[in-house]
Design a protein around this ligand. Structure first.
Ligand code: CP
Length: 310
């Protein structure tokens, strides 16, 4: 049976009201600290065809907190753990038959979409190509709300390989609903956000820069630079220019918040971790409640949608 209409594939699937609903529920769950009971017997499939720690294990933990269970699949086609090589579409058809929802990560947007279309149950996007990472954006917004008590009228800087960062893109798409006072986008040349991502910012002050400038910000979001090889690997001179050193962090305004989607590569020096501004490990820890809220939304809807086919 195929359920449809309850996927969470991008920030556009939520809109402002959906974002606020999830963040409000996450705050309730943070205070309740649930430990089982809501979804006994429900199964979440974690299909991660690209490496992940926080999203994969974080959703596993969130499902356990809600009383359900999770299964993890991290291999497909010709990987050694498969009985026989098979297509991703066939793998998803099989796995989704045993689950109530899937969290899916895939490096290719096209293969990701094909997998979504072959699923019998709702899909939560756990990261697709360079384009979407909506649950990361939600937990980023939750961290901002927790520190500032609001999402609107903030001075927000985002630094790193913005063109290659699905976390940065989804965060910017989400921020379009909350009228930042300033959006400062800092990337090496050629690594800027695509203009289409900025379409929702009518009249907002957007500053595109090719250096790391931290003064006058409420929030500094360190999206990081790729660790890859060849063309994807940026020269060390560039990496140093975009690294938040302890000395640079000292130039942040009092009360500023540093966020990072993690994993950290080299974009923040470990010496910054002890500063009051360093919010990235709290951001990661409290993401648990955002993931619980996302699961509640998707699984509650899943139980009410009509089957499309057998
Ligand atoms: N931020 C994030 O998506 O982390 P993982 O790659 O560890 O899931």
């Amino acid at each position: 049976m195929r359920a449809f209409g309850a996927n969470l594939l991008s920030i556009a699937d939520l809109g402002r009201d959906g974002i606020l609903e999830i963040l409000g529920r996450a705050e309730e769950l943070r205070l309740e600290a649930p430990r089982g009971g809501v979804f006994p017997g429900r199964i979440l499939g974690l299909v991660f065809l690209q490496p992940s720690t926080r999203t994969r294990v974080g959703f596993h933990a969130a499902m356990a907190r809600l009383g359900g269970t999770a299964i993890e699949i991290t291999e497909t086609k010709v990987q050694p753990g498969m009985s026989q090589p098979e297509s991703l579409v066939d793998t998803i058809r099989s796995i989704s038959g045993w689950c109530d929802a899937l969290v899916l990560r895939h490096p290719s947007p096209e293969e990701f979409q094909a997998a979504v279309e072959s699923s019998n149950v709702p899909v939560i996007n756990g990261g697709s190509g360079c384009e979407h990472h909506p649950t990361q954006a939600l937990l980023d917004l939750f961290a901002i709300c927790r520190r500032f008590g609001r999402l609107e009228d903030l001075r927000i800087g985002i630094a790193g390989d913005l063109g290659g960062s699905r976390a940065a893109r989804s965060l910017v798409e989400a921020l379009a609903h909350f009228s930042p006072r300033e959006l400062r986008l800092m990337s090496p040349p050629g690594r800027e956000l695509p203009g289409s991502v900025l379409a929702g910012f009518d009249g907002a002050r957007i500053d595109v820069r090719h250096d790391l400038a931290v003064e006058g910000l409420d929030i500094l979001y360190m999206a990081g630079l790729p660790q890859g090889v060849g063309d994807a690997r940026l020269d060390e001179v560039v990496r140093v220019r975009f690294r938040l050193t302890r000395a640079r962090a000292d130039a942040l305004d009092p009360g500023a918040l540093i966020l990072d989607p993690l994993p950290r590569i080299d974009e923040i020096e470990p010496e910054v971790d002890a500063l009051p501004a360093a919010g990235y490990f709290a951001q990661s820890r409290e993401a648990l409640f955002v993931r619980c809220a996302v699961l509640e939304r998707v699984l509650a809807r899943e139980s009410t949608v009509l089957p499309r086919d057998a």
